[in-house]
Design a protein around this ligand. Structure first.
Ligand SMILES: Cc1cc2nc3c(=O)[nH]c(=O)nc-3n(C[C@H](O)[C@H](O)[C@H](O)COP(=O)(O)OP(=O)(O)OC[C@H]3O[C@@H](n4cnc5c(N)ncnc54)[C@H](O)[C@@H]3O)c2cc1C
Length: 347
């Protein structure tokens, strides 16, 4: 008989996990209260680089190829377009940064991602350019609002998604029984709200608010995502997402004039694009101080798991991490040690 799993939370973590579990023939039920504030409003950027130190993103060579294939497969399954390749053009903030790029782009392990600098890059004029610019290869973005909405209707149509608030009063972790139904596995994917639910509230999950603007501009480049102090992501038809703020230990969901001002200021440091703000959104990232996800089995309850802490790079990491969690659940294959919550529980 097929094993049964309850996935609590249908954001990026819950939906990626659902696909991975279904591929292992696990019968899933999903539960979500219906108002997603992180996965749906995210810019969905997958940037292979961490520009601050000009390093590759953590486990990039594992995450990126798997994510690319995964998202394109889900596009076919759901008959919906999410996956959008893009070139990121980084405008250097200093001579040091440019030299760092030049040094790294000559190394085999970076050559795949950093284009060698050309005269055109150094003199590129789509932003104020004192130190030159460089192009990042293999970046893409996922249309995040489409991702969440398409999954909502897909899983609702398949009869597996229940729209309700998780209720601790009808949850018995010892027997994995929720509202009178027993499951072989239960996985919590509640994003920043995990703290409010008792089962995993002991984990050091942080809440990092972020805001972005949607702007119109007739003069911005539609073909590249510009980056320095902020990112500018072309959405087509003269619209651009500009982001993002980082507001630590803040779980409020309203947009603020201060964030709008900060984002417009950051944008103006790139150039005068005469932006017309047409929308502003806010959400809360589930982050962890050591910048690693929170995954694994509950220290006291067998077959009760967590998949959280996706932080700022969720769209790149989630497909691989969801597969790895599924392999822990079905094959008892150990997680990557840096992701396992045993680093906090000692179990
Ligand atoms: C402004 C901003 C920009 C971002 N940009 C990027 C980006 O460019 N690239 C990138 O990779 N990442 C980005 N992120 C981060 C990304 O959004 C997160 O890593 C990821 O979406 C987290 O997914 P999640 O499923 O863990 O959480 P969530 O998306 O929060 O999903 C949790 C789900 O659980 C449900 N839920 C919560 N509590 C309950 C409850 N009690 N009962 C029932 N259901 C419940 C919610 O409705 C929700 O659907 C950004 C985030 C923000 C805020």
């Amino acid at each position: 008989m097929a094993k049964k799993a309850l996935i609590v939370g249908a954001g990026l973590a819950g939906t990626c996990l659902a696909h991975q579990m279904i591929s292992k023939e696990i019968e899933i039920t999903m539960l979500d209260q219906g108002s997603n504030h992180s996965s749906a409003i995210a810019a969905g950027m997958v940037n292979p680089m961490v520009f601050r130190r000009m390093n590759k993103s953590w486990r990039l060579d594992e995450f990126l190829p798997e994510a690319r294939v995964f998202y394109q497969e889900i596009e076919q399954l759901l008959h919906m377009k999410f996956y959008r390749p893009i070139v990121i053009r980084r405008f250097f903030s200093s001579l040091d940064e440019r030299e760092n790029w030049q040094r790294k782009s000559a190394l085999d392990e970076y050559a795949e991602y950093l284009e060698k600098l050309t005269l055109e890059d150094l003199e590129h004029q789509s932003a104020k350019n004192l130190f030159g610019s460089g192009r990042v290869r293999h970046a893409f973005w996922i249309d995040a609002a489409n991702w969440v909405n398409a999954h909502k209707s897909y899983f609702r149509k398949s009869g597996v998604l229940l729209q309700e608030e998780f209720n601790d009063a009808v949850w018995h972790p010892e027997t994995r029984t929720y509202s009178g139904v027993s499951y072989d596995y239960v996985v919590f994917c509640l994003g920043y709200r995990q703290k409010e639910e008792l089962t995993f509230s002991f984990l050091p999950l942080q809440q990092t608010k972020g805001q972005t603007l949607l702007i119109e501009s007739a003069v911005l480049s539609e073909t590249e995502s510009l980056n320095r102090k902020c990112f500018v992501l072309p959405h087509g038809d003269g619209r651009f997402r500009v982001g993002a703020t980082y507001e630590w230990n803040n779980s409020t969901l309203h947009t603020t004039p201060e964030a709008r001002e900060q984002l417009l200021q950051n944008l103006s440091s790139l150039g005068d694009y005469q932006p017309n703000v047409i929308d502003q959104v806010a959400g809360v990232r589930p982050t962890v101080l050591d910048r690693r996800p929170l995954m694994g089995q509950h220290p006291d309850y067998q077959q009760v798991f967590i998949f959280n802490g996706l932080g700022t790079k969720g769209y790149m990491m989630a497909p691989t991490l969801a597969r790895e969690l599924t392999e822990l659940i079905t094959l008892n294959k150990p997680l990557h040690p840096e992701t396992d919550i045993s680093r906090f529980t000692g179990k």
